[in-house]
Design a protein around this ligand. Structure first.
Ligand SMILES: Nc1ncnc2c1ncn2[C@@H]1O[C@H](COP(=O)(O)OP(=O)(O)OP(=O)(O)O)[C@@H](O)[C@H]1O
Ligand SMILES: [Mg+2]
Length: 292
């Protein structure tokens, strides 16, 4: 089963008299464990697509299944919960809280995470086949990391994973751009997502720091994380194993990239960030496994 499956996604924005088809029939399937680059000219619909697959916005028409769930059928609470549990976001401008330590920035999303409990309605399934697929969904209010100490310990582990174990108490202003982006990646990882969505993660970084951030995302992908990166730069896209090109709200090409090691000119720069990634991304208990 694909992790991401979109069919004929259309997103129309109306501004005054003008109507913009930001997405114009996008059908894409992305499997668990892929590393995908999305490229295309400015205004081609890349961020709109990321917002759709990140469940930040709903399409005007078309369907989107995330891990088998039709997101259009979820309540607002269920959608927020699915987003929190499954997706980590990384943005061009890092979006860190300025006067807050790296540790507390990373721990922040854990405050808002709840468990979604899905239980089959066995009564209904005994009756008809249509009812058999009916599921009763219920949000549990319990936090995954109930105490502040638990949240900080988990955030610290994620910062160590991105090579920032020595910078826990620095505020963003006390960190370099690349370090700030690594804090943002640690924050994206803190809820143990299945998927990292990064929209221009290297857009505000110089080329050496970009290479470090991409090496980190590559390492996370090697450990099993699905990674989707929007970029304008061919060098950045080359880290991915598949490149999807958008033009005018449509996919105009979808290609497998040649392996990195066969492209000598684009060898990944072996960075500190890469070698500092230590623990397994998915080594921890999956949501719900221990805290029920
Ligand atoms: N909230 C909105 N309201 C109206 N139009 C929008 C909105 N968001 C995006 N658009 C329009 O939709 C189209 C696609 O925008 P989108 O942001 O997805 O492009 P993009 O490929 O991410 O571009 P860039 O590379 O510049 O970030 C553009 O024409 C844009 O002006
Ligand atoms: Mg964009």
């Amino acid at each position: 089963m694909a992790l991401i499956d979109t069919r004929e996604l259309i997103k129309t924005y109306g501004v005054g008299e003008q109507v913009v088809n930001a997405l114009n029939g996008v059908s894409i399937s992305i499997d668990d464990g892929e590393f995908v680059a999305i490229v295309g000219a400015s205004g081609s619909g890349k961020s709109t697509f990321m917002n759709m697959i990140g469940c930040l916005d709903l399409p005007t028409s078309g369907t989107y299944h995330l891990a088998g769930e039709n997101v259009a059928e979820l309540t607002a609470d269920e959608l927020a919960d699915l987003r929190n549990r499954r997706i980590g976001f990384v943005f061009q401008q890092f979006n860190l809280l300025a006067r807050t330590s790296a540790l507390e920035n990373v721990a922040m999303p854990l405050l808002y995470t709840r468990e979604l409990e899905v239980s089959k309605d066995t009564q209904a399934s005994a009756q008809t086949t249509t009812q058999a697929s009916t599921q009763t969904k219920r949000l549990k209010t319990k936090k995954r990391y109930a105490t502040k100490d638990e949240r900080l310990a988990h955030a610290k582990m994620r910062l160590e994973q991105v090579g920032l174990g020595e910078r826990l108490y620095n505020t963003p202003a006390q960190l370099s751009g690349g370090q700030q982006q690594r804090v943002a990646i640690a924050r994206a990882l803190v809820n143990d997502p299945d998927l990292i969505l990064a929209d221009e993660p290297t857009g505000a970084l110089d080329s050496k720091t970009s290479a470090e951030v991409m090496a980190l995302l590559t390492e996370l992908n090697h450990q099993g994380m699905t990674v989707i990166v929007v970029t304008h730069e061919a060098d950045v896209a080359a880290y991915a194993r598949r490149t999807i090109t958008f033009k005018d709200g449509q996919v105009i090409s979808d290609q497998i990239n040649p392996p990195m090691n066969s492209r000598s000119a684009k060898e990944p720069i072996h960075s500190g960030a890469q070698s500092e990634v230590k623990s397994e991304v998915k080594s921890e208990a999956q949501p719900g496994a221990q805290h029920d």
